[in-house]
Design a protein around this ligand. Structure first.
Ligand code: GLN
Length: 455
């Protein structure tokens, strides 16, 4: 398997992989072969996986898609990576992503854009564009990814693969290069919900080194896969089918909903009235946290340091000016602004209050004895993948494309993207569409069941 995938990676021109070390991978594969049948193997032993370059690793560089960390090698592995090593998986290397996971098209990577394998003139989505493209092109059967405001679900949707973002706090953030800590959550991207369930089994678990890690009993995410879904109540938020939704995406999503009705599910009209506010709220909170998290990159302790400088302040300025890309700088500026004295109450505090109201929208729909539905469904992205370059100079156009993924992230809820057909985009192309399934807290096993029954 390792030889097969390494050869495919070498032949690929998608720019999905950033760091590959074939010798190391083959060594791991040999070790996995030996451990098979030794009693300590797991369902994942010997299977290849690759990691978004936002997870630190001691075996490969960890760049977060940034010049700032171009040559950075971590002295330790992220908890997620250690878990997969312990499960006996064979690591193929590291995957391209938007710089510090900021973006929706993978065009913000210092190492260049990734191409969508279905149509190489299209973006793969972001920020986990390398992860989704690599799985879609069968360069790896599985990949890790992270989702702060949609970065697992949106690229999975645009590349026609399956991805799940579990409940915030389920997967350790230790060793995940931080973007917005109250939102960042890791999850798998793979071909199917069943594969995602097996991967989640290894990923999820309490980690004392992550202060927001959830302490919960270990669960088997495959346990409900084959449950019948007769009588399942699917909430259809009217705000997710509003005017901004492209007709080709709506058609594919509605066709999937009809399949669910055939499987015995019942569609229930619901409303998530604060959906529209999720964009301004997210684009205040995420940059605020990013500006704080990224202050550690000062040219002293990590990463890029300018070659010439006059004094300490000049070194900070030059190192950061050279090391960070445009989008990252924009977010640091916005974040520093909304956190500054005099603006904190007007922007940051207001955003936090609306964040709570957004979470309450979901709670009314999904939790308690009077809940309206068991899961929520809708599109992941308002359009299919757009052309490479089409929105590269328009940050707001990129932000608006996040409309259907941001609110569940702000609420900390689990969400999935499941392939549900193709759309034409604007030029009669054939580009994948994803169906989004959002569940209540800790309801991953149900989401995976609901996805598996459709697949
Ligand atoms: N597209 C969103 C952003 O640019 C989400 C990114 C993510 O989830 N990491 O912030």
């Amino acid at each position: 398997l390792a030889t097969h995938f390494l050869a495919r990676i070498q032949q690929s021109d998608l720019n999905a992989f950033l760091h590959v070390d074939a010798d190391l991978t083959l060594q791991q594969a040999k070790a996995a072969d030996l451990s098979l049948g030794q009693g300590n193997s797991t369902p994942l032993t010997g299977l290849p996986i690759a990691h978004k370059d936002i997870f630190v690793t001691c075996d490969w560089r960890s760049t977060a898609g940034s010049r700032m960390l171009e040559n950075y090698v971590s002295p330790f592995d992220a908890t997620v990576v250690s878990h997969f090593k312990e499960a006996g998986m064979v690591h193929l290397g590291k995957l391209n992503c938007d710089e510090f996971a900021m973006g929706s098209s993978n065009e913000n990577s210092y190492f260049g854009a990734v191409k969508n394998p279905w149509d190489k003139t299209a973006i793969p989505g972001g920020s986990s564009g390398g992860s989704a493209a690599a799985v879609a092109a069968r360069l790896t059967p599985a990949a890790t990814a992270t989702d702060t405001g949609g970065s697992i679900r949106q690229p999975a949707s645009l590349c026609g693969v399956t991805g799940i973002k579990p409940t915030y706090g389920s997967v350790s953030r230790f060793g995940m290069i931080a973007f917005a800590s109250s939102l960042d959550q890791a999850g798998p991207i793979a071909q199917t919900a069943e594969d995602c369930a097996l991967l989640l089994n290894a990923m999820v678990g309490f980690d004392p080194r992550d202060s927001t890690s959830l302490e919960r009993p270990k669960e088997d995410f495959t346990r409900n896969l084959n449950n019948d879904i007769k009588g399942l109540r699917i909430g259809i938020p009217k705000e997710y089918f509003s005017s901004g939704l492209a007709p080709d995406v709506e058609q594919a999503v509605r066709a999937a909903l009809r399949e669910y009705e055939k499987l015995g599910a019942v569609l229930v009209d619901i409303s998530l009235p604060k959906t529209e506010l999720s964009i301004p709220v997210y684009y205040v909170i995420a940059p605020a946290e990013a500006s704080s998290n990224l202050s550690r990159f000062d040219g002293v302790r990590y990463g890029h340091r300018a070659a010439d400088y006059k004094d300490l302040a000049d070194m900070y300025q030059k190192s950061r000016a050279e090391g960070f890309g445009e989008e990252v700088k924009r977010r640091i500026l916005v974040g520093a602004y909304v956190l500054s004295h005099g603006y904190y109450d007007a922007y940051y505090l207001q955003a936090q209050k609306i964040r709570r109201l957004i979470a309450q929208d979901f709670q009314r729909a999904l939790t308690g004895p009077n809940r309206l539905c068991d899961v929520i469904m809708g599109p992941v992205s308002p359009t299919v993948a757009w052309d490479l370059g089409a929105k590269a100079d328009d940050p707001v156009a990129n932000y608006l494309a996040d409309i259907y993924t941001l609110s569940s992230s702000l609420a900390g809820l689990p969400g999935m993207s499941v392939p549900c057909g193709f759309g034409q985009g604007e030029k009669n192309a054939r580009r994948p569409v994803g169906l989004q399934i959002i569940g209540s807290y800790y309801d991953e096993a149900r989401l995976l069941n609901v996805a598996h029954q459709y697949q």
